[in-house]
Design a protein around this ligand. Structure first.
Ligand code: UT7
Length: 312
């Protein structure tokens, strides 16, 4: 069976933190943040909203979009680095909140590439005909591991969730090719101290991301037997507009054919790709039969890409 997208949804918290708000918190400026990252504002969850709460909100929409009930789910995979607890998994908390009585559940730890890892893991169960309905969620409450006194990281991140139902689709549709990779020698460039804050060497992550995103995008196009001209839309991990632009240029795509939610949500780690895909579908920027390239990178270091033909 071919694995593809059956439904999608997203959730972002209401509270907006603008660059001007950050000017009052750390030594930075709206101008610096805009020109170096493309970010204008981000969403921050309140103290009473947990990672699993956000996952639930996005999942309800994805299930509705896929026209299935929570009881129909066979498996729940949640990509996150900001779980409610070290254990149980957000997957299990979500299984209970949804009432997904038949579903197995677990979390996937691959940082910002987590949704790609989850999606590809899900697709294997579909391909070998083991499961039919799999919920894959990318969700982060990065605000709780952000050092709000460190201007190197505080300006970059936000909170949010995106969820997709992955299931069997007709021949020629769905996931046409994928690539996953890791390089643990770069683990020192992006990590969280136990019970501490996120730490990052921005320069090193930047160099890696510019190189890897373009390369992975080209690799999945080749593996699918496509050319750059066949690609309708690019959904890169939303970390920094300059990194995203490098990938877009490598694919020779016009500006309007790339998702740029980074402006309003910042970097929400594993949730950027499903949020951006959900909005692109909702707003009609992509539709059935379009070929979309999803590509992410993150702490680990990790990366992942998919060439996806939309439609069931
Ligand atoms: O999901 C993956 C997560 N991470 C990433 O994708 C991050 C990848 N890296 C980046 O996006 C960029 O490296 C940053 C946006 C983090 C930084 O941009 P940059 O162009 O690489 O700047 P830089 O680190 O080379 O810093 C340039 C200057 C420095 O000052 P000096 O040493 O030149 O005087 C920094 O101290 O900008 C300073 N700076 C800031 N100034 C104002 C660093 N952060 C800020 C800030 N506001 N928030």
């Amino acid at each position: 069976m071919n694995a593809g997208l059956m439904g999608i949804g997203h959730y972002v918290p209401e509270r907006i933190l603008t660059n001007h708000d950050l000017e009052k918190m750390v030594d930075t400026s709206d101008e610096w943040i805009r020109t170096r990252t493309g970010i204008e504002e981000r969403r921050i969850a309140d103290d009473n909203t947990s990672t699993s709460d956000m996952a639930y909100e996005a999942s309800i929409k994805a299930l509705e979009d896929a026209n299935i009930k929570a009881e129909d789910l066979d498996l729940i995979l949640v990509a996150t680095v900001t779980p409610d607890f070290p254990f149980p998994s957000v997957g299990c908390l979500l299984q209970d909140k949804l009432g997904a009585t038949k579903a197995a559940a677990m979390d996937v730890s691959a940082a910002c590439a987590g949704f790609m890892y989850g999606m590809i893991t899900a697709s294997q169960f579909i391909n070998n005909d083991t499961y039919k309905n799999i919920l894959v969620v990318g969700v982060e409450k990065l605000s709780k591991i952000t050092n709000w006194e460190d201007r190197n990281t505080a300006v970059l991140f936000g909170d949010g969730a995106g969820a997709a139902v992955i299931g069997p689709v007709s021949e020629g549709r769905g996931i046409l090719s994928f690539e996953l990779g890791s390089d643990g020698s770069g683990s020192k460039y992006l990590y969280q101290e136990p019970q501490g804050f996120m730490e990052m060497n921005g320069r090193e992550v930047f160099k890696f991301a510019v190189r890897q995103m373009g390369q992975s995008a080209v690799n999945v196009i080749d593996k699918a037997g496509l050319t750059k001209a066949d690609v309708d839309y690019l959904i890169p991990h939303q970390a920094n507009i300059r990194i995203m632009e490098a990938a877009r240029q490598k694919l020779e795509l016009p500006e309007e054919n790339m998702a740029t939610t980074v402006k309003k949500y910042g970097n929400t780690s594993s949730s950027t790709i499903p949020i951006a895909l959900s909005e692109a579908i909702q707003e009609g920027r992509v539709k059935d039969d379009d070929i979309v390239v999803l590509v992410g990178f993150g702490g680990g270091l990790t990366w992942g890409a998919v060439a996806l033909k939309l439609g069931k």
